[in-house]
Ligand binder design. Structure first.
Ligand code: BV8
Length: 244
């Protein structure tokens, strides 16, 4: 593939699977018997905040036990040695950040952050007291402290950075690259990114363990674990582009 001028990357839960972070639909998307789509919604938070808080606190705590894997590091190499790149992630873990990705857009929010329900301001709250699954966390931004919610985009909420995502896709031209890694293609609007990139002439490449629901959106498909596939693919691209 000739050297692209721009690359847009989209990742999903599959890129973090080899780090030990559970995917959403691997274990049929259940958590303590709840469907993720039932727990990750504003209605669930309003109806049963204790259950939702426990769901997120346990995942926030789990961040302390996982590390980025070879696939996260391959994307850092691509960003540093390849052309201009934007990494859009659906993931709410911090593994891309910890691997060293800098041009990064976490479109579904971040587990490390909490958001004041009154002011809407978010801050990183990962101290021991912030991670107790049975105690809500109060903000420090209001004169009367107010309960904080996970700074996560729930189902039915508008993803973060949509303007930036549309602009990045619109800037893609013929011969540019849209690389998608580790996503089942179920969740919109993320699942529409590859088709939108192809519409403006970009080449779409998928690295995924199995066929996603939007397989037809891809010009090139590499089925297999991202940790075992992506480093070799990035190596081959960089070699080809730097020899050209
Ligand atoms: C919105 C935070 C309006 C929560 C998440 C159009 C059509 C259909 C439905 C809709 C639509 N438009 C809107 C909807 C509704 C809804 C939706 O898409 N529902 C789905 C379930 C049908 N979407 C929304 O509500 C979105 N909001 O649309 O607002 C709007 C939009 C734009 C502008 C204005 C208004 C908000 C969606 C965000 C929800 N929040 N995350 C949390 O994490 O707790 S989504 C959640 O699912 C995660 O972020 C996760 O990343 C994401 C997607 O899942 P995947 O990442 O794909 O994970 P999954 O387990 O499904 O797949 C893993 C894949 O990896 C598999 O394919 C597997 O084979 C592969 N894999 C496994 N191991 C490996 C691997 N690959 C490589 N290597 C491995 N080792």
């Amino acid at each position: 593939m000739p050297r692209p001028n721009r690359i847009v990357v989209l990742t999903g839960a599959g890129i973090s699977a080899e780090s030990g972070v559970a995917t959403f639909r691997g274990e049929d998307g259940l958590w303590e018997g709840h469907r993720i789509e039932e727990v990750a919604t504003p209605a669930a938070w309003w109806r049963d905040p204790d259950t939702v808080w426990r769901f997120y606190s346990l995942r926030r705590k789990a961040l302390l036990d996982v590390e980025p894997n070879a696939a996260h590091h391959a994307l850092v190499r691509l960003e540093r040695e390849g052309p201009e790149m934007l990494l859009i992630t659906q993931n709410v873990d911090d593994l891309h950040q910890r691997a060293g990705s800098s041009s990064l857009l976490p479109m579904h929010g971040q587990l490390r952050m909490l958001r004041c329900e009154r002011s809407g301001r978010h801050q990183e709250r990962m101290g021991e007291a912030d991670l107790d699954p049975s105690t809500f966390v109060d903000c420090t931004c209001c004169s009367t402290p107010s309960r904080m919610r996970p700074d996560i985009v729930w189902f039915g909420e508008v993803p973060m950075g949509m303007d930036r995502i549309h602009a990045a896709i619109d800037a893609l031209r013929m011969g540019d690259l849209c690389l998608v890694v580790g996503t089942s293609g179920h969740v919109h609007p993320a699942a529409g990114i590859a088709a939108a990139a192809r519409n403006v002439g970009a080449r779409t490449v998928l690295v995924n363990l199995e066929a996603p629901v939007n397989l037809h959106d891809f010009d090139e498909v590499h089925l297999g674990p991202a940790g075992g596939t992506l480093p070799g693919l990035v190596e081959a691209w960089l070699e080809e582009w730097n020899d050209a």
